[in-house]
Ligand binder design. Structure first.
Ligand code: FE2
Length: 346
């Protein structure tokens, strides 16, 4: 993990003209102020979606990895998802003063992340990711019905600025040398995500940008790079089960990507969500509450379904299926054990 460097505070001018110190003082003032010029509107699927099916969706077989996941689709190529107007709305919400104050965290000399603002603080983004139209699209590309994993991980934003536009400052992942600029490599390296699926949406212009895409490590040890992203495009990836990393963006002035995490809609499908990768960047009581709530809701539904089956058997032939019941109990014990290991008390 890269060290966090706090730049010396600088004064910037707010749209209202008052001078103050920003929490996001390692980002260019011009970027923040230009994003704020967009007036907010309500999310409208008819106006804000520009969906076109990805040219290719790679299966686990095609990336040479074993399929331990919940569908055979490993990762899609970038596909058109949001219109320019939608992208502007999302950028405006990212850089709102109250959001930066509350939800921004610097992660490097000129980079940071914004997270933890749903469901209350950023209406457009929350409405977009919860809309039936978007969920249908994401589920179609994923090959399984999905819902947002938890509110906390809707619309997580990674922001990085190549302030002087000097692409020589940045290197691709795995190619860093002692002379390479700090923070230009992916902060995460090769990894698997905490949640079953992830959708990464590009909110920046990619003209002149080299990299900025998702690299996949194949079972044979080679690296697959999808076609480069463009503003408004998204990638759907089964990140919990695919070894991957984001590649450094070079040549562009900024890279702002939005990451929304998903889990299976059906409570019967396995859910191996872990909080390992998000606990240290979240308000832990909020994270734990949202995780516990949906897990217990799913458990409640599973118990309801199991009871219904048992009562039906009782009504029809009075028989029991002890083996099946024991299998079901073992599955639920594993589900609860997983929760116990995630909900750590310090
Ligand atoms: Fe990831």
């Amino acid at each position: 993990m890269k060290p966090i460097v706090h730049m010396s505070a600088q004064h910037v001018v707010t749209p209202m003209g008052s001078r103050r110190r920003y929490k996001a003082d390692n980002l260019p003032e011009s970027l923040i102020l230009s994003a704020r010029t967009t007036d907010p509107v309500v999310f409208d699927p008819a106006k804000h979606l520009a969906f076109r099916l990805p040219q290719k969706i790679l299966t686990f077989d095609e990336v040479g990895q074993s399929n331990d996941g919940i569908s055979s689709n490993a990762v899609s190529e970038p596909f058109s998802l949001f219109t320019e107007e939608a992208v502007k709305q999302m950028r405006a919400e990212v850089f709102r003063e109250d959001i930066l104050e509350k939800c921004y965290c610097a992660t490097g000399r000129s980079s940071g992340q914004v997270r933890g603002h749903c469901p209350k603080d950023v209406k457009f983004i929350c409405d977009a990711w919860n809309s039936p139209e978007v969920l249908n699209i994401i589920s179609e590309v994923a090959g399984v019905d999905l819902v947002p994993a938890i509110d906390y991980d809707i619309g997580h934003r990674n922001i990085s600025i190549n302030a002087d536009g000097n692409e020589n400052d940045c290197v691709a992942p795995g190619e860093a040398t002692d002379d390479s600029a700090e923070f230009c490599e992916s902060a995460f390296g090769w990894h698997r995500d905490s949640y079953p699926f992830v959708v990464v949406t590009m909110l920046s212009d990619c003209d002149g940008m080299i990299g900025g895409e998702t690299a996949i490590l194949t079972g044979a040890g080679t690296i697959l790079r999808a076609r480069g992203p463009a503003r408004g495009t998204a990638v759907v990836m089964q990140g919990r089960y695919v070894d991957h990393q984001a590649t450094a963006a070079m040549g562009g002035r900024e890279q702002i990507s939005m990451v929304t995490s998903f889990r299976p809609k059906s409570h019967h499908i396995k859910d191996e969500t872990t909080l390992r990768g998000v606990r240290n960047i979240s308000h832990v009581p909020t994270l734990y509450t949202q995780y516990t709530e949906y897990r217990l809701e799913n458990l409640e539904r599973r118990v309801h379904d199991e009871l219904t089956k048992l009562r039906k058997r009782k009504r029809t032939d009075g028989g029991s299926d002890v083996r099946q019941t024991r299998d079901w109990l073992r599955e639920q014990r594993g589900f609860l054990d997983a929760m116990l290991s995630e909900l750590q008390v310090h």
